[in-house]
Ligand binder design. Structure first.
Ligand code: ARG
Length: 572
């Protein structure tokens, strides 16, 4: 619907000597806070200085230039206090929005702004041989949602999981395993055992040196060391996959720091050739002080590579493999400076595409007392435990409301609601901010929570279900969209809200912030609940249209939740 307004402005503004790109016009068009102020409005304040006239005069002239408008689309286009306000013809707007949502189905809200472009989205990226803890959950949730949103706006998306699967810690781990390892224990409870072994390796001094030597062996492709490393890696991936399967998250590629090994030699050569590499106390660095970015350590004195070397190499590998148009790294904000350094080095190496690489960062999860989780005696909070706890909480709520549900069905529902609780609990926040990770709040069925959204969805489903089972009222007839009586204000508010979905998805993508879609989910549910309270559906005079409106809402909410990685339940 916004498109109609933008198209009109694109034609009229040049006639007034105002030159703006279509995107600029799009971003200037506002949704007024109240319905009677128009469905959309265009402020003219920004042009007052240039045109040396008052905003109101400019708005009046713009209205004149717009000329006649289609009565089918607009009820009026008027000027008020320096704004041009557009009011749609209620019924035709309702017809169009509801019709589109029902017909476009899973595509409603999608667009093609990324058509022909490829984006690499790196996210999750846990560390091998360590259990998947709360530390990597945030990147997993946000990265997955960004990938979904990018896909929905038309990009070709490649999802990459960059495992922490290389580095001196693996030297230590392998060294410890070669000395005191127990294969049975490793196979039985892999993650737990690897963690214990690693903790032990860090306790004893001798593994310091041994670990060093073993990592050198790894970098020199020693077969035995590599074999052990592979076992640790595969066991870890198996564990991670279980979690991703539960979340229904799929990756196109399990990459990792190890993948870059082939390219690190080349990186060092290129850096040397371009005179970017400097010796410093026997090690090799790139000096970025000129850019206020400190120095980047590229090679240790013993010749082994570092995290940064591998990231630079991996970026080159990815570019050669995917020829991406954009690449984003969803990684915590503690690596802000680090990514600036990596992108700068790539730029200095002459890789033009460094400018389309972006670090999309997030804040921390805080405990209920507002403190960091990580500080707690170094104990990681395991994903499995979080999920179990959340499921228990949601199962309790479900059972309170539907005591008759079978055990198996209860488990199924509890899991879906639990994921909605955790994902939405995160995504409703601006990703850049720290947030309190409070499962009790996340799992509440009331307020701004995931379960509340699913509950509202299920309520809409049950209305349609009831209508369908009533005799002579089978299936919603889309034709009934044709017969719309006068719209009640709450009906129109819902129509309006549904029409905003497309814009919200695009805004969410432009800001690389899923919280825009999350906030939309909540708004559309609130609007639906208000509509439902004041406009009876079944048995009303306007039943045909209202059923279609409920279905349009259901489709829109389902699509929006899918972008957040959240499944729905027809019955809760
Ligand atoms: N494995 C790293 C960690 O747990 C995150 C990797 C981030 N991605 C990257 N390309 N460096 O901290």
């Amino acid at each position: 619907m916004k498109k109609l307004v933008v198209d009109i402005l694109v034609k009229a503004l040049p006639e007034m000597d105002i030159k703006l790109e279509k995107e600029e016009i799009e971003s200037m068009v506002e949704v007024p806070p109240q319905l009677d102020m128009g469905d959309y409005s265009f402020p003219c304040f920004a042009f007052a200085e240039k045109l040396k006239r008052s905003p109101h005069e400019i708005a009046l002239e713009l209205r004149e230039k717009i000329g006649n408008i289609s009565e089918l689309d607009f009820e009026s286009v008027d000027v008020m206090d320096g704004y041009v306000n557009f009011i749609f013809e209620r019924q035709s707007m309702a017809r169009k929005v509801v019709w589109d949502a029902i017909n476009d189905k899973a595509d409603y809200g999608s667009s093609k702004i990324g058509k022909g472009k490829k984006i690499v989205v790196e996210f999750s990226s846990p560390n091998v041989a360590k259990p998947f803890g709360i530390g990597h959950l945030r990147s997993t949730i946000i990265g997955n949602s960004l990938a979904n949103i990018a896909d929905f706006v038309g990009y070709k998306v490649k999802k990459v999981n960059y495992l922490g699967d290389w580095g001196s810690q693996f030297g230590k781990l392998i060294a410890a395993f070669e000395e005191i390892g127990d294969e049975d224990k490793l196979m039985k409870d892999s993650m737990d055992y690897m963690l214990k072994l690693y903790v032990k390796a860090n306790k004893y001094k001798k593994y310091e040196k041994l670990g060093h030597e073993t990592f050198q062996r790894l970098e020199n492709k020693d077969r035995k060391a590599l074999m052990m490393w592979k076992v640790f890696r595969n066991l870890s991936i198996d564990e991670f996959e279980k979690i991703y399967n539960t979340f229904k998250i799929k990756f196109d590629e399990f990459s990792g720091e190890s993948q870059s090994v082939k390219y690190t030699g080349r990186v060092i050569e290129e850096l040397k050739k371009k005179k970017l590499l400097k010796k410093s106390k026997g090690a090799m660095i790139v000096d970025l002080k000129k850019y206020d970015l400190g120095v980047v350590l590229i090679q240790k004195t013993d010749g082994t590579t570092l995290y940064a070397t591998r990231d630079i190499a991996e970026a080159i590998r990815r570019y050669e493999k995917y020829k991406f148009d954009e690449m984003i790294y969803e990684v915590g904000q503690e690596q802000n400076l680090y990514f600036k350094q990596i992108f700068k080095v790539l730029e200095l190496m002459g890789y033009d595409w460094a400018k389309v690489c972006q670090h999309v960062s997030h804040g921390l999860y805080l405990d209920k007392d507002g403190k960091k989780f990580a500080t707690r005696k170094g104990k990681t909070i395991l994903m499995e435990d979080i999920l179990e706890k959340t499921k228990k909480l949601t199962a309790k709520e479900i059972k309170k409301r539907w005591p008759k549900v079978s055990k198996k069905e209860l488990q199924r529902r509890a899991l879906i609601v639990a994921i909605a609780a955790i994902f939405y609990g995160d995504l409703k926040n601006n990703r850049k901010k720290d947030m309190v990770f409070d499962l009790k709040k996340f799992t509440s069925f009331e307020g701004n929570t995931g379960p509340y959204l699913l509950y509202t969805y299920a309520r809409a489903s049950s209305i349609l279900e009831k209508a369908n089972t009533k005799k002579g009222n089978s299936k919603i007839k889309i034709d009934s969209v044709e017969e719309i009586g006068d719209l009640m204000p709450k009906e129109f508010e819902l129509v309006k809200e549904l029409s905003l979905f497309l814009d919200k998805v695009q805004e969410s993508f432009n800001k690389l912030n899923p919280s825009v879609v999350a906030a939309y989910c909540y708004d559309v549910c609130q609007t639906f609940n208000e509509f439902y309270h004041c406009c009876p559906v079944i048995g009303s005079e306007n039943v045909g249209f209202r059923l279609a409106l409920v279905e349009a809402f259901r489709q829109t909410l389902r699509n929006a939740l899918r972008l957040l990685g959240i499944d729905v339940l027809e019955e809760m």
